[in-house]
Design a protein around this ligand. Structure first.
Ligand SMILES: *Cc1c(COP(=O)(O)O)cnc(C)c1O
Length: 401
């Protein structure tokens, strides 16, 4: 067996350096816990950016995956399979959607809606050819393709990667008046995260999504919510849109759609937008494959059956309140909804990374988001004693400053 150092050196030597991970080499996971190759146990407070909401290696999802893997894994969409229709039905019924289009990564789901709303704009709304505009928000995170990074406002994500896809307008997040002012007769869609995760857990003002819903309705614009991170229980509701009692026209889900077993994403559609896509116009070799469908069906079922959404609401409220009780001059603000929590540090604290490294030595794996924010987003199966365990260690890290 190679030592942790040898394994890290292999990554550095042979791997592209497009990530800067914490120096912990993990080998096993169960529920909220992960173990490194030396046998040390850590609480996972990132949950793979909310892809393992159901907890690591959830036994029911594992069983569904193993069972399906023995029978049939991939047909391509040239043929039908006996899992796809059932996944459509179960997920559409649960999310009150009319239609579903399965892809693999989140970025592919975003690319899919961009294509669909553009085509809807030309064929239904009557926008002149090649003039469609989609409004997005400053500090967004929607993925890493050329088109998506082209409408990012983060210089690290974009610089050096142009030229980019035209047809996007950027407005400040949380500002309904700015959204309305950016609307033109060519606007076909508004793409927004209900809570900006990668930007540092930024929660918009109350009523923002309701106002956006109304503006989109009034101007005949497709409201697209990117719930790839906020969806599937993370914020204490199945979808974050429920906090404002609205329904998007198109909703993107990914990450926890597979409970972390396998890349599965989807576009959920509440109106006729999806019908503009005709055979041959869009697709993916692996999208909607029977293994992905069986995994997604199980992943969504356990979220509901095991009360994980309600648990996220209850445990999130407790965790947030207790974190706010930690008083330290380095802490600027603690904010969150459900188990999507950000602790923003003051700029003088020297960055969140150093705190994440110290938390790691105390047995908590967290990831900084942007410079100054520590994210706390454990799997949704976390219990109150687990949170108390974490709080003790978080408090210690601040005491020892
Ligand atoms: C992670 C994420 C994506 C991209 O998903 P990938 O699977 O990494 O392509 C898109 N939008 C949001 C809000 C995300 O958090």
């Amino acid at each position: 067996m190679l030592s942790p150092n040898a394994l890290m050196q292999l990554e550095e030597r042979f791997g592209a350096h497009n990530y800067k991970p914490l120096d912990v080499v993990l080998t096993r996971g169960q529920g909220i816990w992960v173990w490194d190759v030396a046998g040390r146990r850590y609480m996972d407070c990132l949950a793979a950016y909310s892809a393992v909401n159901q907890g690591h290696c959830h036994p029911r999802i594992l069983a569904a995956m193993m069972d399906q893997a023995k029978r049939l894994t991939l047909t391509s969409r040239a043929f039908r399979n006996d899992q796809l229709g059932l996944m459509y039905q179960e997920i559409c019924e649960l999310t009150r959607s009319h239609k579903m289009l399965p892809m693999n990564s989140g970025a592919e789901a975003v690319e899919t809606v961009i294509k669909a709303v553009r085509k809807w704009g030309y064929t239904v709304k009557g926008v002149p050819p090649d003039r469609a505009e989609i409004i997005v928000c400053a500090n967004n995170f929607h993925g890493r393709t050329i088109t998506i990074v082209g409408f990012s406002t983060d210089p690290v994500s974009r610089e050096g990667f142009g030229p980019f896809t035209p047809g996007f307008r950027i407005v400040p997040f949380g500002d309904a008046a700015a959204l309305e002012a950016a609307v033109t007769p060519h606007t076909v869609g508004f793409l927004v995260e209900p809570i900006q995760g990668e930007a540092g857990v930024i929660i918009p003002p109350d009523g923002y999504l309701r106002q956006a819903r109304e503006i989109c309705r009034r101007h005949d614009i497709v409201l697209i919510l990117d719930e790839i991170q906020t969806g599937l229980g993370r914020t204490g509701k199945l979808l974050a849109e429920e906090h404002e009692g609205i329904e998007a026209d198109l909703t993107l889900v990914g990450k926890a759609l597979s409970g972390g077993f396998y890349p599965v994403s989807a576009v959920l559609s509440n109106q006729a937008v999806m019908d503009v896509l005709r055979p041959g116009e869009h697709g993916s070799t692996f999208g909607g494959n029977p293994l992905a469908c069986a995994v997604a069906r199980a992943a969504v079922r356990v979220l509901v059956d095991e009360g994980m959404v309600e648990n996220a609401a209850a445990m999130g409220a407790y965790f947030l309140a207790e974190l706010r009780g930690i008083r330290h001059p380095a802490i600027k603000e603690v904010r969150g909804r459900g188990l999507m929590i950000g602790m923003e540090l003051v700029p003088e604290a020297g960055g969140a990374r150093a705190f994440c490294e110290r938390l790691m030595t105390h047995g908590l794996l967290c990831k900084e988001t942007h410079e100054h924010t520590i994210r706390f987003a454990p799997p949704l199966v976390i219990t109150r004693p687990d949170i108390d365990w974490a709080l003790e260690r978080i408090a210690k890290v601040f005491e020892n400053r």
